[in-house]
Ligand binder design. Structure first.
Ligand code: ZN
Length: 110
């Protein structure tokens, strides 16, 4: 993922509205890109300043906010991956049931 792409996705990344696979790309990018992490921190400063007018207590609080955001993103990614695995298992199960049904039908007809 390019920096520009990540930066455009910051609002959706922060409010967790990206798909889990897109979230994974963003998280992986921002964890390895100090300049995008700075962009994310600036977004939080601006966002918090505008949204709840909460006093800003410096880099320690900001680090916690970013860490919390990363943890939430990771959680969403994990759930998305689990759901995808379950959907794949369900699909395989349905194929097997259909295959067995076809074999049973062919056996019955012959
Ligand atoms: Zn970047």
């Amino acid at each position: 993922m390019e920096c520009q792409e990540f930066r455009k996705s910051i609002p959706e990344f922060v409010d967790m509205s990206l798909r889990y696979d897109r979230m994974a790309q963003c998280l992986s990018h921002v964890k390895g890109c100090p300049s995008c992490r700075d962009e994310l921190e600036i977004y939080f400063i601006v966002e918090r300043g505008i949204k709840d007018n909460e006093a800003f207590d410096g880099p320690f609080v900001l680090k916690n906010i970013v860490d919390e955001c990363f943890a939430k993103a990771q959680h969403k990614i994990n759930i998305g991956r689990r759901h995808r695995r379950m959907a794949e298992m369900l699909r395989i199960f349905i194929y097997i049931v259909l295959l067995v049904a076809v074999i049973a039908l062919v056996t019955y007809l012959l």
